[in-house]
Ligand binder design. Structure first.
Ligand code: GDD
Length: 408
């Protein structure tokens, strides 16, 4: 049996993701029409022998209650939300819930960051891990040398794939091979977390005790905040305990709203292989014109003269009027887009409305601060108003055009 743990963080994390995360926890923000965390969960579901999926975070229970019960029913696998009373760090959080995680006596534990977008090649990782031995295997990828310092940089043995050296977000360049935030561990990881926090024991990390031996030993951590990267991966590197599996597939980190647009496109294109039924087809005389990969919630009402795509995702109860053009955008619940409006490289928040002949648009530089236009919740853009490269905070009404502006 295997179990999966997805780290979802909490309200004090993911602040760069505002203003789109004001009312929705970031892990539930829709990418390709599905909550962000849905994508790693469905990847876990493709694992044979999956016993349970745990989401660990410090958001309030009620924010996840509805989602975990609906996804459990949909996928027919138990998905549970475990709430920390305060942040324990990525390894500390795993350790805190070790008894629940070990309930089904899994042979392996997958650990996934919620804010990464990739194909999650979990069965391949497990097979590679079984071949290597050791406590765990990290998913890694080559990125450009300029961008590597945003991630954990690492050196692996080219033949054995052993993790030889690991540095979290180093100031000076170490390697363009980086940590993807997706891991498979044996239960020995719990002992490694416990041992590593006793400073004097770090040198002895080579002899990691078994989970059973640990259970009868001391129960509490001397420090209750442990980061997986700095506190566990760095000291364990070069000790024949950790190995790497390099993905050649897509991988991105989702820290900003701009990146969520890019990742929505990646997941929509993955749907061609994994869930083609979720992609709008544009067949039928009553349907709007669909270009490329588009997701439309079944409750949305779209006028047949609208033209939509590529990379558009439209959530529940959205109304799209005649002559509307949508390109590369995420339209959240209950939005109304009136006749002949254009939305391009933008996120439109819940309950917002865009007037006739108006535009919400941007250049579409997903890495730049104002590279996409964001309308917060319940924003009204009146008729014939153009919003370009701007961020509009919730509940504003715009009756004049704005450019490269942040409307507070
Ligand atoms: N439950 C819980 N509790 N989750 C946490 C906590 C915590 O105390 N701290 C962080 N997380 C979650 C975050 O929500 C995120 O999903 C994941 O753990 C990692 O977050 P950070 O520790 O903030 O690290 P990061 O995202 O800047 O970088 C990590 O991921 C990169 C890949 O995306 C590092 O491991 C990098 O090395 C790696 O490249």
């Amino acid at each position: 049996k295997v179990v999966a743990v997805i780290m979802v963080g909490g309200p004090t994390k993911g602040t760069e993701f505002r203003p789109v995360s004001f009312n929705t926890p970031k892990p539930l923000f829709p990418l390709a029409g599905q909550p962000m965390v849905h994508h790693p969960i469905s990847a876990c579901k493709r694992m044979p022998n999956l016993a349970q999926v745990f989401l660990i975070g410090f958001y309030e229970d009620r924010e996840f209650a509805l989602y975990v019960s609906s996804i459990s029913n949909e996928l027919k696998v138990p998905v549970r939300y475990l709430k920390e009373d305060k942040p324990h760090g990525s390894a500390g959080a795993l350790y805190y819930f070790r008894d629940l995680i070990m309930e089904d006596a899994p042979s392996h534990i997958f650990l996934l960051n919620c804010d990464v977008c990739c194909s999650f090649p979990l069965p391949d990782m497990l097979e590679a891990h079984r071949g290597y031995g050791g406590i765990g295997t990290l998913l890694v990828i080559k990125v450009s040398a300029e961008s590597a310092n945003k991630f954990g940089e690492l050196v692996a043995d080219p033949i054995t794939k052993e993790l030889l050296h690991y540095t979290e977000k180093p100031e000076t360049f170490v390697s363009d091979l980086i940590n993807c935030g997706v891991y498979v561990f044996t239960p020995k990881i719990f002992s490694a977390i416990q041992v590593s926090t006793h400073r004097e024991d770090r040198a002895n990390l080579r002899q990691v005790p078994s989970f059973e031996a640990l259970q009868s030993a001391t129960r509490s951590l001397p420090t209750d905040f442990v980061r997986l990267d700095q506190d566990i991966l760095s000291p364990l590197a070069g000790k024949k305990q950790l190995y790497t599996y390099e993905t050649m597939d897509f991988w991105e980190q989702i820290k900003t709203p701009g990146m969520s647009l890019k990742c929505s496109a990646l997941y929509l294109s993955q749907f061609q292989f994994t869930s083609p039924h979720l992609l709008a087809s544009g067949d039928g005389s009553e349907s709007a014109t669909i270009i490329g990969d588009v997701y439309v919630h079944p409750s949305a009402k779209i006028h047949p003269t609208a033209k939509i795509g590529p990379n558009v995702s439209i959530s529940a109860n959205v109304r799209i009027a005649a002559g509307v053009r949508l390109i590369s955008c995420i339209i959240l619940d209950d939005v109304e887009i009136k006749e002949n409006a254009v939305v391009m490289h933008a996120i439109v928040g819940r309950k917002s409305s865009i007037g006739r002949w108006s535009r919400a648009q941007a250049e579409g530089d997903y890495n730049a601060k104002l590279g996409i236009t964001i309308l917060g919740e319940a924003v009204t853009v009146e008729d014939e108003v153009v919003v370009t490269d701007s961020i509009v905070l919730p509940n504003k009404t715009l009756n004049v055009s704005v450019q490269e502006d942040i409307i507070l």
